[in-house]
Ligand binder design. Structure first.
Ligand SMILES: Nc1nc2c(ncn2[C@@H]2O[C@H](COP(=O)(O)OP(=O)(O)OP(=O)(O)O)[C@@H](O)[C@H]2O)c(=O)[nH]1
Ligand SMILES: [Mg+2]
Length: 231
């Protein structure tokens, strides 16, 4: 990258009207060329709030974290250099974007995962079931591919070129782990950096609900075995 890099941020959001504004306001100014909020069929004011704060809002009617991310990717311009993924619930600290981008900007990585295990977590921000799930997933990935991830954190950055080469496909909870496994299989240079994490604002959609935890956990483990046994 000989010019200053074109950075796009993709934020999947569903019913996050209380938090999306805080997320957008805390994104370091001028860091990104565009911020894409993918509204996954919210019944609240998420889309309006995001639009008023200058984000590009896309609507993705098919529910699911992966579908929302895929929709965001589909509208990226061809000259995009780096893509950052960030949640809309204000659990992540958008200010940590500098930490997330640094290894790519300095030419030391193609993909950077923000690890909440390495960073400072507010008590109760990651629920016991999420901590357990992350540990189990990391253990299985290490068994299959020998790489030590510490987290499946949603706050991450990847070069556009690497992202396209992964052919991402998962439409819901397998998204984060799919990206991490495919990055290993492709031999991308991967770096984890510590990120802070706090309790979400608004109503929990996934790990704070029983059905969400079961669905997310099952899909993540299934995804690891699927790629693990299809080498
Ligand atoms: N769960 C879920 N989240 C979605 C979907 N589409 C977009 N999102 C957004 O994806 C982000 C991550 O989802 P979260 O519900 O925060 O998942 P989590 O952090 O595992 O669990 P909680 O914060 O406890 O709900 C949030 O910004 C959601 O608004 C979807 O279909 N399902
Ligand atoms: Mg969350």
């Amino acid at each position: 990258m000989y010019h200053s890099p074109n950075i796009s941020i993709i934020i999947p959001a569903i019913n996050e009207e209380e938090s999306i504004g805080l997320v957008l306001n805390d994104i370091p100014k001028d860091i990104a060329r565009e911020i894409i909020v993918v509204d996954n069929g919210s019944h609240d004011n998420t889309a309006n709030v995001a639009e008023n704060l200058g984000a590009k809002v896309m609507l993705e009617p098919l529910r699911g974290y992966g579908s929302a991310c895929l929709r965001g990717i589909s509208v990226l311009k061809k000259d995009t250099d780096i893509v950052v993924f960030l949640d809309g619930d204000y659990s992540d600290y958008p200010q940590d974007m500098h930490t997330i981008l640094k290894p790519i900007l300095t030419g030391n990585a193609e993909m950077v995962i923000g690890s909440r295990m390495l960073g400072v977590r507010e008590k109760g921000a990651l629920l016991p079931q999420a901590l357990f799930g992350n540990k189990l997933a990391a253990f299985l990935i290490r068994l299959f591919w020998g790489f030590r991830y510490t987290d499946l954190g949603p706050f991450r950055a990847i070069t556009y070129k690497a992202l396209l080469s992964l052919n991402m496909a998962d439409k819901n909870f397998g998204w984060t782990v799919e990206m991490q496994i495919k990055a290993l299989k492709k031999g991308l240079r991967i770096v984890e950096v510590p990120v802070r994490y706090r309790r979400r604002i608004g109503k929990s959609k996934t790990t704070g609900t029983f059905s969400g935890t079961v669905r997310a956990g099952t899909k993540i483990i299934y995804t690891i075995f699927k790629y693990g046994f299809s080498r």
